[in-house]
Design a protein around this ligand. Structure first.
Ligand SMILES: Nc1nc2c(ncn2[C@@H]2O[C@H](COP(=O)(O)OP(=O)(O)OP(=O)(O)O)[C@@H](O)[C@H]2O)c(=O)[nH]1
Length: 201
């Protein structure tokens, strides 16, 4: 049977418990949101197919449990990921500080050269904000990765974040398979909504 997609990309979301990893994946794959908090046990995944530069990209998005007790299980999945999304909660300073530890975990467990992205989630609750946007931007810059503030609740920047990561991975593999080929910036063609509160670097 013919394949229904051109590429399969495996993405992984990591970050402290409660930052909204599951909600971001559910928003992206099913376009819905639930206020009830059910902590992830171990690992789970959802699928969504998206189109970038005329290519059908099947995204297999892995959701990891943020709780420390699942670390051995979850880190075992890092190596198979082509892209890793680090998530913190803009209303929770601790979750932002812990990003350094999650970065370390990537270094220890993921493939070298894995595409990374930083998300500051829950930007719909500005009133409870503890982490200013420029701190997220600065951290992302230090690691030379992209940054978005997102809201799984309002859906702000959720599609943009996933599509941008997929686009970056596509660009990387296209460049690799066509050495010497002229570099094309696929990012410029991805659909980007403008946002005033939650923005991208
Ligand atoms: N206001 C608001 N609440 C959110 C948002 N994203 C998630 N939440 C809420 O935050 C809580 C935790 O969300 P989850 O997606 O389960 O968090 P998680 O990171 O997957 O947590 P673990 O599975 O324990 O690692 C839930 O009550 C969600 O409804 C958001 O963008 N805005």
């Amino acid at each position: 049977m013919a394949k229904s997609y051109d590429h399969l990309f495996k993405l992984l979301l990591i970050g402290d418990s409660g930052v909204g990893k599951t909600c971001l994946i559910v928003r992206f794959s099913e376009d819905s949101f639930n206020n009830t908090y059910i902590s992830t046990i171990g690992i789970d995944f959802k699928i969504r197919t998206t189109e970038i530069q005329g290519k059908k990209i099947k995204l297999q998005v892995w959701d990891t449990a943020g709780q420390e007790r699942f670390k051995t299980i979850t880190t075992a999945y890092y190596r198979g990921a082509m892209g890793i999304i680090l998530v913190y909660d803009i209303t929770d300073e601790r979750s932002f500080e812990n990003i350094q530890n999650w970065m370390k975990s990537i270094k220890e467990n993921a493939a070298a050269g894995v595409e990374r992205m930083l998300l500051g989630n829950k930007c719909d609750i500005e009133i409870k904000r503890k982490v200013p946007k420029d701190r997220g931007e600065k951290l992302a810059k230090e690691h030379n990765i992209r940054f978005f503030e997102t809201s799984a609740k309002s859906s702000q920047n959720v599609d943009e974040a996933f599509n941008t990561l997929a686009s970056d991975i596509l660009m990387k593999i296209t460049k690799r398979s066509a050495p010497g080929a002229k570099e094309v910036d696929l990012r410029s063609s991805t659909k980007t909504k403008n946002s005033n509160k939650c923005s991208l670097v």
